[in-house]
Design a protein around this ligand. Structure first.
Ligand code: HEC
Ligand code: HEC
Length: 304
């Protein structure tokens, strides 16, 4: 009897020790994840439209299914495809936890912790509040599953090696949430949050350095050679100083410019989102954009 009891006791001591270790280690292992706030799918749909997730993640030209994977994005670093983010378990986010989704938005990491390419504008989305991320997640869970594998990224050498992004992140990635800036009114503060963390205006309207990072001091001064040859103009007062409040309101609501033209290219897609925002939120964006100091426009690259 004794000979059997003692090993059993020893075994349970070892198990208890292991359990204690697990309990001690567990909070550390999950420390990065914020507790899941109650997500509201309706509010999530609003942030989803404002963040323009749809146009990158849906190949509309090829009549692809909603959020089942985007069209090729041609950049200096290769051709990238936004993956399937439907609720499909195998190809989409169906198998993801809230913590994993939160980490993708806040830290730019994939399900396995792999570093994501900043063509996914997580350097902007990192600024979102936990509540907005939880609302987005509640909305994405309502998106019907589509069984369509995501296309592999075609990064140019050496960018195919994701761990190389570590260095880029040390230099250029500032993890959020976005902190309020001093000296702004409540409306401008809301506008800054929407512009920088959600609609990510600066991602298109700023020049980038040789490593594809936004040149912070020249933010909003325009980028004549964005992905897919988008030419996003200077939206500091140098570029838009002559536009009235009413002009800007119309542009963000319907895309119509004072000449009666319509804004196109990437901005046309952005306006699909801003057109669905409340007038108060569009006004907040305008109020913030108008606080940005005038900067000289980014020169156009020489014609080849
Ligand atoms: C400018 C295009 C673009 C926009 C806008 C965009 N994404 Fe993405 N997204 C990408 C690309 C490209 C990737 C893949 C990055 C990679 O492979 O490293 C990606 C990856 C992701 C991932 C990780 C998926 C995975 O399988 O690893 C999630 C989650 C995601 N996006 C959600 C969103 C949400 C939510 C929004 C809107 C708030 C959004 N995206 C807006 C381009 C975009
Ligand atoms: C996906 C890239 C992209 C994003 C994000 C984006 N823009 Fe634009 N924007 C453009 C492009 C490209 C144009 C030029 C469109 C054209 O010429 O038809 C443009 C044009 C504009 C114009 C017209 C400027 C003029 O002189 O006529 C304004 C104003 C503007 N954007 C403001 C914003 C604001 C504010 C945000 C964020 C709330 C934003 N944009 C986000 C790409 C973008």
């Amino acid at each position: 009897m004794r000979r059997q009891v003692i090993p059993a006791l020893r075994l349970s001591a070892v198990m208890l020790g292991a359990l204690a270790c697990a309990l001690i280690l567990k909070p550390q292992a999950t420390a990065a994840a914020a507790p899941e706030p109650h997500g509201d799918a309706k509010r999530g749909a609003y942030i989803f439209a404002a963040g323009d997730c749809e146009n990158c993640h849906t190949d509309k030209k090829a009549k692809g299914a909603f959020l089942a994977g985007g069209p090729p994005m041609n950049t200096d670093f290769g051709v990238f495809f936004a993956p399937n983010i439907t609720s499909d378990k195998k190809n989409g986010l169906g198998d993801w936890s809230y913590e994993e989704f939160h980490r993708a938005m806040r830290e730019g990491k994939g399900k396995g912790g792999e570093l994501l390419y900043p063509v996914f504008p997580y350097p902007s989305f990192t600024g979102m509040t936990d509540q907005d991320i939880a609302d987005l997640w509640a909305y994405l869970k309502t998106v019907p599953a589509v069984t369509q594998p995501s296309k592999p990224q075609k990064a140019k050498a050496p960018y195919g090696i994701r761990p190389l992004l570590t260095g880029w992140r040390v230099l250029y990635f500032h993890q959020g949430p976005l902190k309020p800036a001093p000296g702004l009114t409540a409306e401008q503060q809301r506008g800054r949050y929407l512009s920088e963390a959600v609609v990510h205006c600066q991602e298109c309207h700023s020049p980038r350095n040789g490593l594809g990072a936004i040149e912070a001091d020249k933010a909003y001064a325009g980028n004549p050679k964005g992905p897919d040859n988008q030419d996003a103009p200077n939206i500091t007062p140098t570029g838009i100083g002559k536009l009235t409040l009413a002009d800007l309101q119309e542009m963000l609501k319907t895309g119509m410019t004072p000449d009666g033209d319509y804004l196109g290219s990437g901005m046309g897609e952005v306006i699909e989102g801003t057109s669905k925002m409340t007038q108060a939120d569009r006004d907040a964006i305008i109020a913030y954009i108008r606080t940005i100091p005038a900067k000289p426009s980014t020169p156009k690259p020489p014609k080849k």
